[in-house]
Design a protein around this ligand. Structure first.
Ligand SMILES: [Fe+2]
Ligand SMILES: [Fe+2]
Length: 390
């Protein structure tokens, strides 16, 4: 019991006082005596009391700017915003300046990755190609048609068109012009979707393993690794730009729809789910290849050309360092997508109940090449089951 003067409070009141304490702690004029009074309570939950008291203690010990770790005040480029009317349906992403990107890097939150990145050689990075697995059956035709339809509408709505001529300014001044802001929006939106399948599939296989008291045959780790890579793609993009409120609202709804649809698809037919992801990854490789071509047009994207890449990217990809460019970063991300493409097209060919995950196996003394998690040995359209030692 900390006080004899305060009666029992509801959780809402506790939350309210905790919020007050946090607000108070960030105020330069906050005084410790008053704050201590607001956190005094007879709430039976000792953690609540402790947390509130810790916040109060921080206000006494640290200057306010050290408490604020949220990057909302990071500096941003706003070249085309001046004088324009605010649009509610704004797809634009505000890109941070180099100072803003540095400001956004929170070294104290860097945690070791559960799955260490395997790394790629320059030849592997530049050797990624846009490929397509020709649908071999109705399931694959359906999945491919579905992804192509989604892409068509997404491109139409967001104003994206493939260049038809070699002119880098082909769409300049039209709604199809790709700016740095639009590229970042596209990356952020698609990566927030791409991070779903690996985590849902891993979750379902985890449940299956627990429910049926059976080993998983090595799929969970590969799915989780894919999910982590996709989330890293998103997090790095978020260190570079801040999506609009409208984009975030669409992402919020999009995740709700896609996560549930994918969950049900994987439950009903995991091979179809794998085909869907395989074709999504084909589109991802395609899109990043178009971005890389655009980046080769010197002077077209000055912000990207002079960008400091975020520290979390340098920490994650072995092939990056602090001198790496935005293009180097996109090459790494595209190589990840190429691996996901191969993995998921291969999974679509397997008996996912009986086969072992060929990407998780280490088989010695065999003549024929077998898959691994790198790109040294790779089949972009997936490995046929007959070629695998399972
Ligand atoms: Fe990705
Ligand atoms: Fe991917």
């Amino acid at each position: 019991m900390l006080s004899t003067t305060i009666t029992h409070r509801t959780p809402l009141m506790v939350a309210s006082s905790t919020l007050s304490a946090i607000r108070f702690a960030t105020s330069a004029t906050a005084t410790s005596a008053t704050t201590t009074t607001t956190t005094t309570t007879t709430d039976p939950n000792p953690h609540t009391i402790k947390h509130a008291q810790q916040v109060t203690t921080k206000s006494q010990l640290q200057p306010p700017q050290q408490i604020s770790f949220i990057s909302h005040d990071a500096e941003i480029h706003q070249p085309e915003e001046n004088g324009k009317k605010k649009k509610w349906f704004n797809w634009g992403t505000k890109i941070y300046t180099n100072d803003g990107i540095t400001h956004n890097d929170d070294p104290k939150f860097l945690t070791p990755h559960a799955y260490k990145h395997v790394g790629y050689s320059p030849a592997e990075l530049y050797g990624v190609e846009v490929t397509h697995k020709t649908p071999a059956n109705f399931r694959e035709k359906f999945c491919y048609g579905l992804i192509k339809t989604c892409r068509f509408w997404f491109d139409l709505v967001t104003g994206y068109a493939e260049p038809k001529t070699g002119d880098p300014n082909e769409y300049k001044g039209t709604r199809w012009e790709m700016t740095e802001s639009k590229w970042m929006t596209r990356i952020i939106f698609l990566e927030s979707i791409a991070g779903v399948p690996g985590s849902v599939a891993a979750f379902l296989r985890q449940l299956q393993s627990l429910r049926l008291l059976k080993r998983d045959r090595g799929f969970i780790q590969t799915y989780l690794e894919e999910a982590e890579q996709e989330r890293m793609h998103l997090l790095v993009a978020l260190k570079i730009g801040k999506p609009s409120l409208f984009t975030r609202a669409i992402m919020y709804v999009g995740q709700g729809v896609f996560a549930n649809a994918f969950f049900l698809t994987y439950m009903a037919n995991p091979n179809a789910a794998a085909s869907i992801v395989g074709y999504i990854e084909e589109e991802a490789c395609h899109t990043y290849t178009e971005l890389l071509k655009d980046l080769d047009n010197k002077g077209k994207f000055p912000i990207f050309e002079n960008m400091t890449i975020p520290k979390i990217a340098v920490e994650y990809w072995p092939g990056l360092n602090h001198q790496s460019t935005f293009k180097d970063l996109i090459l790494q991300i595209r190589a990840d997508e190429a691996k996901h493409r191969e993995v998921n097209h291969t999974f679509a060919n397997l008996d996912l109940q009986r086969d072992r995950n060929p990407f998780a196996l280490k088989i010695n003394d065999v003549d024929q090449p077998q898959p691994n998690m790198g790109l040294k040995v790779s089949k972009p359209t997936g490995w046929e089951r007959k070629d695998l030692i399972l």
